[in-house]
Design a protein around this ligand. Structure first.
Ligand SMILES: Nc1ncnc2c1ncn2[C@@H]1O[C@H](COP(=O)(O)OP(=O)(O)O)[C@@H](O)[C@H]1O
Ligand SMILES: [Mg+2]
Length: 362
């Protein structure tokens, strides 16, 4: 293919998020995968430091690993203006806060910046596990069971804390932040006490004012990715994760676990695929997404969460799902670009309809 016809992309990575390092890892993998791709060309790479300084690298002077802050820093406002002026497709590898909570999604939509950002709704939902469970319960009452959950605020009164402790008395629980990812601060608790809960609230509060206490589901953990190829949704292979410690905590997620592709004949395969398709259809995801479930000894499935920006490091689950389905990272980027063309057409038509309505509705 002629170089002039290549799709030019800007990679955005790093970020003011607890998942900053994962995003940097994703960038390393993307640049390796895209460097010699015949159809996708990296026009620029933009690193956002944990403090929010932006460092822009053009294609002919790429960032060096370990020297991401070598360029002159610019502010977020300037960076956004530069990206807008460049006019190319921005593939965001930002994770967590700002990256997948609706912030950058809203900004990109407002400023009409093409990219894989997606709509605000699925992002907000993905970073509000409690709300997501409520909606999944409505959509899938016959297929999924609900994990019993209490939402606790950092400033909850001693009486509120005591009532949550009472509710989960004598049961194994999981305490985790409502919005963070990558198992940050997620921990199993054999017996919930006020002291344990208050300690967790104090640790989590600087990052997230909402904490969830859930009954612990003991059993299997499976994950099903999907790829939107507008207007269709393709389900990717289901992967079962098996943490050697028995709990997929932060340490396990960074590599200490086994996993395998779930065979089609597995009794939970159909259930997980159907539930994922329903959730994917409902959410209006841009291109990628991944639904995670626990399945107990009775074969009942429970939704943990749907990720609107699944991790995309070389060893990430979603990357493996893509690979198993025969897709490369360049395929993912190209699919995002093709999807964005459709979404932009729809947004343009909507803008026209609104302006016509406002002008004629007098
Ligand atoms: N209620 C639960 N029962 C059993 N394991 C859980 C429960 N909630 C979370 N976990 C474990 O903790 C991990 C992280 O929780 P999750 O809700 O997916 O948050 P994160 O966004 O950090 O991935 C899950 O992958 C799962 O292994
Ligand atoms: Mg998860």
């Amino acid at each position: 293919m002629n170089d002039l016809q290549k799709d030019k992309v800007v990679l955005l990575f790093g970020g003011r998020s607890t998942e900053h390092d994962a995003s940097v890892g994703m960038h390393e993998y993307f640049r390796k995968e895209l460097q010699h791709d015949r159809q996708v060309e990296i026009e620029a790479e933009i690193y956002i430091s944990p403090e929010g300084d932006c460092f822009i690298y053009k294609w002919d002077a790429p960032p060096r690993i370990g020297e991401l802050t070598a360029a002159n820093p610019v502010t977020i406002l300037d960076m956004v203006a530069i990206v807008k002026m460049m006019g190319c497709f921005c593939f965001s590898l930002l994770q967590g806060r700002d990256g997948e909570d609706g912030n950058i999604q809203g900004l990109a939509a407002f400023l009409d910046i093409p990219g894989n950002f997606g709509a605000v709704y699925p992002s907000c939902l993905g970073t509000h596990k409690w709300a997501q469970a409520v909606i999944a319960g409505e959509l899938l009452q016959e297929k999924l069971k609900k994990i019993e959950t209490a939402l606790v605020w950092a400033n909850s009164s001693p009486a509120q804390v005591a009532s949550v402790v009472d509710r989960f008395a004598g049961r194994e629980c999981v305490i985790k932040p409502n919005s963070l990812g990558a198992s940050f601060f997620a921990e199993p608790v054999s017996t919930l006490s006020a002291e344990t809960l208050l300690g967790a609230l104090e640790r989590i509060q600087p990052f997230d004012p909402c904490v969830l206490v859930q009954e612990r589901i003991v059993g299997r953990e499976v994950s099903c990715g999907f790829l939107v190829v507008h207007p269709d949704i393709e389900l990717l292979p289901v992967i079962e994760v098996k943490p050697t410690s028995g709990f997929m905590g932060r340490r396990e997620k960074s590599g200490v676990y086994e996993r395998s592709v779930l065979p089609r004949f597995d009794p939970i395969f159909d259930l997980v695929m159907k539930a994922t398709l329903t959730l994917a259809r409902h959410g209006g995801y841009h291109t990628a997404g991944r639904a995670d479930f626990m399945v107990d000894q009775n074969g009942d499935a429970y939704l943990l969460e749907v990720n609107s920006m699944p991790g995309l490091m070389q060893t990430s689950l979603y990357t493996e799902m893509l690979r198993e389905a025969g897709y490369s990272i360049a395929d993912l980027v190209r699919t995002s670009i093709a999807n964005e063309v459709h979404y932009r057409e729809a947004r343009r038509a909507e803008n026209e309809a609104v302006s016509k309505f406002v002008r004629t509705d007098k």
